[in-house]
Design a protein around this ligand. Structure first.
Ligand code: 13P
Length: 250
């Protein structure tokens, strides 16, 4: 599973060019990877969706966020609206940028997870530690607290976790793949033992993933894919990463 998080980037020309270069590079329509998704800014849902249809691509559209249960929420997009469009399967929830810039805490994020689950939108819950927490050896403690959102929930088999160390996002720095693998196993064990239905989630790695380092992560047993920011803004590079996952097939 490989998801492009375009964050606050894109315009109509970029989207046209993105699909031309993706099509030029992608092998076999990326078909074996399982899920390939794009989370564009909501104002561009239509452009992206039309390109996917026009080119008959196996790409899902995702949202970068969702409103919580309150409808007194200027600027947000509700689960009902997303359901009406019928195009959304996945929604990124609790990205560290939203935790930091919009003060989203576990309560707010849990409310959003509920909105996703009740609407058949599969949440991608982001977790991860700061550099300081990492240096203090607190990574697992921080992640366990962030995952407590899912405690005693009946989560779906498509509920996904993205491990995104904050210090690796957009910095070019990454943890070593063995460490990522170890954290992913920890996440799977915690969620499996705490959710009502003992569901073991898929876990994606996010944070400075590029076509150069993707293979090292994809070869790790517990890494089920990637959530990609900067490198996903190029259709060619994103296709290259999808091709790498396809060739490894684990
Ligand atoms: P970068 O790939 O740019 O480091 O961003 C990762 C991310 O935040 C994806 O959600």
């Amino acid at each position: 599973m490989i998801i492009a998080n375009w964050k606050c980037n894109g315009n109509k020309t970029m989207i046209k060019d993105w699909f031309i270069s993706y099509l030029n590079k992608i092998k076999n329509n990326g078909i074996d990877v399982g899920t390939v998704g794009i989370a564009p800014p909501s104002i561009f849902f239509n452009e992206v969706f039309n390109q996917i249809k026009k080119n008959n691509l196996d790409i899902l559209t995702c949202t970068q966020d969702i409103a919580g249960s309150s409808r007194k929420c200027t600027g947000a997009i509700s689960s009902e609206m997303l359901q009406k469009i019928h195009a959304f399967s996945f929604c990124i929830v609790g990205h560290s940028e939203r935790r930091t810039l919009y003060n989203e805490d576990n309560n707010i994020i849990q409310d959003k997870i509920f909105e996703c689950l009740k609407s058949d939108i599969n949440p991608i819950l982001c977790v991860g530690e700061t550099e300081e927490e990492n240096k203090l050896g607190k990574t697992e403690e921080i992640i366990q607290d962030q995952l407590s959102i899912l405690n005693n929930l009946d989560i779906t088999d498509k509920t996904t976790i993205a491990y995104e160390p904050i210090w690796a996002i957009g910095t070019g720095k990454t943890p070593v793949p063995t460490k990522v693998n170890q954290i992913h196993k920890f996440i799977k064990d915690v969620v499996q033992s705490n959710s009502i239905n003992q569901q073991k989630p898929k876990v994606l790695y996010g944070g400075s993933v590029t076509e150069k380092n993707a293979e090292s992560f994809f070869r790790s047993e517990h890494v089920d894919g990637a959530l990609i920011g900067g490198a996903s803004l190029s259709g060619a590079i994103f296709a290259e990463i999808v091709n790498i996952k396809n060739e490894i097939k684990i």
